[in-house]
Design a protein around this ligand. Structure first.
Ligand code: SAM
Length: 286
């Protein structure tokens, strides 16, 4: 199949289109083509999306599709798709279906045998996971924690023994409470990457421990959008083995397993949730 045929708009298809999470240049060529050529666009926030579309010079029929009208509006969109119209669905930012009503629209299409495809692009959770420096091989996405303290704590309690890396969305005004509860549930030594304002000019990745994050944000006002990536739980055995060791002994342990000195320093730093320069310091001092 030629590229032209492959990218042709198909009648009756729902196109989920990923949009930028902060950097307009992240909108793909294919996304622009689909937005320009479909019959109509369903958007979570039509005002926001109109700004994006007018920056692209696209004027098109737009319907709102959000948390509060997703049932009726979803059915209306499905009816139009069944008559052969094509529709692009965009949510506030990022990949539709991740922590937004896109999920329901796909479920409806799946139930009604309506073809759906995704024009891939930015997704804050994946962006953060990749930049976290934490294991990416196995991970869990938890979306937003509840704003209610009791529900948030219960959810974190369930995750206490989770060994995979855990990803959370978080709003700035709830950050301090979430960090305090995470510290309580997972312990202050658990590593975390706070990924802020991804793809924007002020993108910032803070790699620290939960204790360190609580201290930092006790002083600093949380601002912007955050994804929190938290290290998974270690086996009790794994967690304890270096507790009684000095930094030098900890490095020696890894060297005895066959690691180079450099790698052993890195591994000890990773276990302790500190930068490798902290371990180097002890290697020189002792
Ligand atoms: N569907 C979106 C996606 O694929 O990224 C996520 C939508 S969810 C309603 C919005 C949350 O994503 C924000 O509260 C924040 O946690 C995260 N987020 C979105 N953009 C971000 C950014 N530029 N930097 C950090 N986090 C971001």
């Amino acid at each position: 199949m030629s590229d032209r045929e492959k990218n042709e708009i198909v009648g009756g298809m729902l196109y989920l289109v990923a949009t930028p999470i902060g950097n307009l240049a992240d909108l793909s060529e294919r996304a622009v083509k689909v937005l320009s050529e479909v019959d109509f666009i369903a958007a979570e926030d039509t005002r926001n999306s109109r700004r994006l579309l007018s920056a692209l010079g696209i004027g098109k029929e737009m319907l709102s599709y959000h948390d509060h009208n997703r049932r009726e509006r979803g059915e209306e969109i499905a009816r139009r798709l069944k008559t052969g119209e094509s529709c692009a669905l965009i949510t506030d930012a990022g990949t539709p279906g991740i922590s937004d009503p896109g999920e329901d629209m796909v479920a409806l299409c799946a139930a009604e045998d309506i073809p759906v495809t995704l024009i891939p692009g930015p997704c804050a959770a994946i962006n953060a996971l990749v930049l976290s420096g934490l294991p990416t091989e196995r991970f869990v996405f938890e979306g937003f924690l509840s704003a209610k303290a009791s529900e948030r704590r219960a959810a974190l309690d369930e995750l206490k023994g989770e060994k995979r890396t855990v990803i959370f969305h978080e709003a700035p005004h709830k950050l301090r409470a979430a960090l305090a509860d995470m510290c309580e549930a997972f312990g202050e030594d658990r590593r975390i990457a706070l990924c802020r304002e991804l793809t924007k000019l002020n993108e910032e990745i803070i790699r620290t421990t939960l204790g360190g994050a609580c201290e930092l944000y006790a002083e600093r006002e949380p601002r912007g959008e955050f994804v929190l990536v938290v290290e998974g739980a270690k086996d009790a055995k794994e967690e304890k083995f270096f507790v009684c060791m000095t930094e030098r002994e900890h490095v020696g342990h890894y060297i005895s397993l066959g690691m180079s000195k450099n790698d052993a320093i890195k591994a000890a730093a990773r276990d302790r949730g500190v930068h490798k320069s902290e371990i180097y310091k002890f290697m020189i001092e002792e």
